[in-house]
Design a protein around this ligand. Structure first.
Ligand SMILES: Nc1ncnc2c1ncn2[C@@H]1O[C@H](COP(=O)(O)OP(=O)(O)O)[C@@H](O)[C@H]1O
Ligand SMILES: [Mg+2]
Length: 324
């Protein structure tokens, strides 16, 4: 990979004075024109991680650089960053002011960032690019007068009008009807293919990652436990957690369903050893014992394998099987 657009290095984000380790030592890179899907159950730290990339969460440790510039959460750094990084939040209805027209919603960002040119014309062009055609039909309407899918297109238009290099999309289609999710993902992908923008798309739905991502990163309890090319991670998942997530995706056939047992993870009480061990089927089934690694699973914390291959996993069982 040439110089990555985004570089996240050993980042930690904590709440409650360090009690809640929402993001607990994460490193990842995103290249120019690349789409990374960030997946994992609710509460695993996905939103916190992408908020930190746009400077909304102070880091307890680590560094983040975008396009060669280090992300800081002070006001000046944030302004400069916003032209390069845009974020689409989870709920398109909450993100739009009900009393502002769709035209205003898009021109507002252009004005705040003092983008050169006729902001009305730029807004119309951005709406048309986002599939709201003809844009004149949408400029003077209010958010409640259009559909949920169209509202999401308005938010995408507003973000993309600023020509960011990186788009962070937090569950961009979670609130939409299944029938239009594909269209919105295809729209996001079109900016990648045409303009070379990079995207991190957060989702708790692994099925969606198939549709949009070049690479997939799987998060568990504040940490990335598996990362790699989408094809590889989704066709040949290595981490028992990824396997369990995939086994319940309806579109994926031929995997035995694995319902995860145990308590839902709590970032204020991260288990010792491998943080997944209390719920891990490899340990529960006795396979870890047979591999002679059960004590390691319970006692030795681990991060992703060193970066020798694009597909990497943080699992004692996988690592011991590879080294044999
Ligand atoms: N502002 C906050 N104060 C305290 N805890 C928080 C805050 N934001 C998030 N958390 C906690 O951090 C963890 C990760 O949250 P989040 O990043 O929203 O996860 P996800 O997006 O994967 O569902 C959760 O346990 C959540 O309760
Ligand atoms: Mg979230």
């Amino acid at each position: 990979m040439t110089e990555p657009l985004l570089s996240v290095h050993n980042v930690q984000v904590q709440f409650g004075g360090g009690r809640v380790r929402a993001v607990d030592t994460v490193s990842l890179e995103v290249g120019v024109g690349e789409v990374l899907a960030l997946v994992g159950e609710s509460g695993c730290g996905k939103t916190t991680l992408i908020r930190s990339i746009i400077g909304l969460e102070p880091l307890a440790a680590g560094t983040i650089t975008v396009d060669g510039e280090q992300v800081t959460s002070n006001a000046r750094g944030l302004r400069a960053l916003r032209r390069k990084v845009q974020m689409i939040f989870q709920d398109p209805s909450g993100a739009l002011n009900p009393r502002h027209t769709i035209g205003d919603a898009v021109t507002e960002g252009l004005r705040i960032h003092k983008v050169d040119g006729d902001s009305d014309a730029l807004a119309a062009a951005a709406l048309a690019e986002a599939g709201l055609r003809p844009p004149e039909r949408f400029l003077h309407r209010f958010p409640h007068e259009v559909s949920g899918g169209q509202r999401q297109r308005v938010l995408i238009a507003g973000a993309m009008a600023l020509k960011p290099k990186l788009l962070l999309a937090d569950e961009p289609v979670a609130s939409l009807d299944a029938s239009i999710r594909g269209e919105i993902l295809a729209l996001m992908r079109s900016y990648v293919d045409r303009d070379g923008v990079s995207i991190i798309a957060v989702t708790h739905d692994l099925g969606l990652a198939w549709n949009i991502a070049d690479r997939v990163a799987v998060m568990y309890l504040g940490r990335i436990v598996e990362i790699g090319p989408a094809e590889e991670v989704l066709r040949d998942p290595q981490h028992p957690y990824t396997r369990a997530l995939l086994s319940v995706v309806p579109e994926i056939e031929g995997m035995e369903q694995q319902i995860l047992v145990g308590e839902t993870p709590d970032p204020s009480r991260v288990p010792s050893g491998c943080r997944f061990h209390p719920r891990c089927p490899v340990l529960a089934s006795g396979e870890a014992e047979r591999l002679g690694i059960a004590d390691r699973c319970r006692g030795v914390d681990l991060e992703l394998e060193p970066e020798v291959a694009p597909h990497r996993v943080a699992c004692h069982a996988v690592q011991v099987q590879i080294s044999r």
